[in-house]
Write a protein that binds this ligand. Sequence first.
Ligand SMILES: C=C(O[C@H]1C=CC=C(C(=O)O)[C@@H]1O)C(=O)O
Length: 388
Amino acid sequence: MLLPPKAPALAEYVAPPIRAYRPGDTLFAGPTATLLAHNGEPLTGIGLDCLPDALAALLAHRPTGCLAVGAVSFDGLACRLTLCDTVTRAGPLPRQHHFRCGVNPVTITAVPSEEDYVKAVRCATDRIAAGELDKAVLARALSVTSARRLSVPGLLRHLGGHGYTFAVPIGTRRTLIGASPELLISRRTQDGVSTIVANPLAGSAPRGAGLAADRQAAEGLMASVKNRHEHRLVVEEVARALTPFCQDLHVPAEPTLLATPTLWHLSTLITGTLTDPAPSSLALATALHPTPAIAGTPTEPALALITELEGGGGVERGYYCGLVGWTDAAGDGEWALALRCAVLDGDRRLRLYAGAGIVADSDPAGELAETNAKFGVMLDALDVRPAR
Ligand SMILES: C=C(O[C@H]1C=CC=C(C(=O)O)[C@@H]1O)C(=O)O
């Protein structure tokens, strides 16, 4: 008797763009669509300042439909983009509720140690109290070695449905991979009118275990004066940077709550209509980057403190906190911040990154806990601990 083919169990399901992924491809999945760039022309070595013009010129000579997809480093000096004439498009990646049993044997080294990160946070709050700056985002890393072989598709399977999921080749057998909740900027043009969306996030609280604790965590975040201040600093700066390019800009007065699998965030959805001629999505990203969500404010002292404290602790941001996304020849595009991510080096070694916004009344232990919750996205994909 001929039996119908067995439908794949949910745990075995792999979304088509992940099934189609080959080493060296670039994948970028947003809330509405997934792009897979295969066999494109690599573009590296152009800094963010020159990138909008360089890409406009390059894309103008390519066939209609050609996109540039990839990443720009945090310092804006390096990029890894692919110019791809025929990007494969699919729907958004589904969120897969796999049972994760936390059994993957790995060794993890914190860089710097948790104690040293706490000291760095104290140092930052002292500098803020001394009036040198208002906010700095301090990051830490985890160096992970896996006993099991890791693969980009194997990790991507667990990163869908988190906002912006990405895999970008950034060197020989090195891939930036992650799932970020934060949209820096998107631009869309319809009937000659270009509209934008930016979704700054800042102010976070780990999700609670169980409904009551989770609700308490969300309500506590919404009511937190420290987190509202941390968030406001980002929204004000994003609005200030976008204002010269917009004929109208809507900035809600109050944040809302955004839930990710590991954290609650304060979120503000900023929308606007661009002036004519409209700057490209990448030109807008250049005007915005680095926002206080990933650097601090004012920008210069914040960047100096990051170099001093993170550099002293052995953290090199590289592409973490950079941009990841795409642009077309007309300048429409979508750029997320490269957060909740890792660099996969070969097939067993990973470097995970997470940071937290430090303001005057930051509690160092709380900021450490926040970074640990942020690592949860990638640790869960590695099956290092059970999902909530
Ligand atoms: C720097 C990170 O998050 C930023 C984005 C959202 C919320 C943040 C916060 O509450 O501190 C950070 O500003 C990270 O995830 O590594």
